[in-house]
Write a protein that binds this ligand. Structure first.
Ligand SMILES: *Cc1c(COP(=O)(O)O)cnc(C)c1O
Length: 386
């Protein structure tokens, strides 16, 4: 007898984490809005359910689904992406050394430098898109913390190299997989130890819920992560877990469309006379396009471009768009546009921004799942305003 083929990603996205309930046959997980559970005798909770911070069926369904989709052994979900990262930091101890990218998500940078350092953690901010970085990884690294593609410049980390280097010095490797999602890359299957998500973005996918996740490759991590999730109380609500799982069911479909639209938009922008540069991993002009083609199954839904002009021209363009809402965040079904310099990356000093390549004319798009032709037409009419 042949062994059954492992279900594909689209099938897992629809089914993972939940079997129709035994008692009622409920096809979708009910929202278990209960804080506590009755016990049959003192200290004898039914099926181990004591209190919802510790155990909640709706949250468990989401956690199990995410663990399965990432190829991990266990998953934990939180009030936000930042709560997931905070809980990961809580598993460390003073003196531990974290090596991370120099272009991390701004909130992560703030947590590391303004909070983590106060508790005795040490952070090295390095260029994680440069393979040389991993030749010289400090021997006492505790945690290698990576983001790929990065925000907003969409630089990639060579994951295989990075993971091997991290393990060579005995460090755990964590990848923030928010931008790519497991639909495009699954770092745990390459040997990474932890995955972080802001489920606020593509995982939930509808811009209606804030949440986060931490997933581990090995079952042996489960007890420690659960202990810290429960101790810190960073859990998401049953309602948020339900919404996030509802969104997750269409992740495969949505990512296909995000990627298809993003490539169409990137190509149109690259051919536009008022655009000086387009950054998209799916374009051959991306400096790491080779790596993108081996590491990711598609280029993702984020596109950045530089317009011929400065802050004023950029403001005109983003305010002239009709289908791209001017807003921070990303990953929802609707297209969004933002200017990193005055918005998401305003807290980075101007000289540092310039050195990194975040110019005043840089525009970041989160390309939604509308009709691609409409998005291209919208960008063309907006660029015609300058
Ligand atoms: C948004 C984001 C976060 C933080 O997640 P929240 O849900 O906003 O707390 C972390 N990492 C990346 C890459 C993000 O885009």
């Amino acid at each position: 007898m042949s062994t059954p083929k492992k279900p594909g990603f689209g099938t897992l996205a629809v089914h993972a984490g939940w079997e129709p309930e035994e008692k009622t046959g409920a096809v979708m997980p009910p929202i278990y809005m209960t804080s506590t559970y009755v016990q049959d005798a003192p200290g004898q909770p039914r099926e181990g359910f004591e209190y919802s911070r510790t155990q909640n069926i709706t949250r468990f369904a989401l956690q199990d689904a995410l663990a399965t989709l990432e190829g991990g052994a266990c998953g934990f979900t939180f009030t936000s992406g930042m709560a997931a990262i905070t809980t990961l930091l809580l598993t460390l101890k003073p003196g531990d050394r974290i090596v991370c990218g120099d272009d991390l998500y701004g909130g992560t940078y703030r947590l590391f430098t303004k909070v983590g350092e106060r508790f005795g953690l040490r952070f090295d901010f390095v260029d994680t898109s440069d393979p040389m970085t991993f030749e010289n990884l400090p021997e006492d690294t505790t945690l290698l913390y990576l983001e790929t593609p990065s925000n907003p410049l969409l630089k990639l980390v060579p994951l295989e190299l990075a993971i091997a280097a991290g393990h060579r010095v005995g460090a755990d490797v964590c990848v923030d997989n928010t931008f790519a999602t497991p639909a495009l890359q699954q770092p745990l299957t390459l040997g990474a130890d932890f995955i972080i998500h802001s489920t606020t973005k593509y995982i939930a996918g509808h811009s209606d819920v804030v949440g986060g996740a931490l997933i581990a490759r090995e079952e042996s991590r489960k007890e420690d992560l659960w202990f810290h999730q429960n101790s810190a109380g960073t859990v998401n609500s049953p309602f948020d877990a339900f919404l996030t799982l509802r969104g997750l069911r269409t992740l495969a479909l949505r990512m296909d469309r995000h990627c298809q639209n993003a490539l169409q938009v990137a190509k149109a922008l690259e051919a536009h006379p008022k655009v000086t540069k387009v950054i998209y991993p799916g374009l051959p002009s991306h400096p790491q396009h080779e790596l993108a083609s081996t590491q990711m199954s598609a280029g993702g839904g984020m596109v950045c471009f530089e317009i011929d002009g400065g802050a004023d021209e950029a403001a005109t363009v983003v305010q002239s768009l009709k289908f791209f809402a001017l807003a921070e965040s990303l990953g929802g079904v609707e297209s969004l546009v933002e200017l990193p310099a005055p918005m998401t990356h305003a807290s980075i000093p101007a000289e540092t921004r310039a050195a990194l390549g975040i110019t005043d004319g840089l525009v970041r798009l989160s390309v939604g799942i509308e009709d691609g032709d409409d998005l291209v037409a919208d960008l063309e009419q907006a660029l015609a305003q300058i």
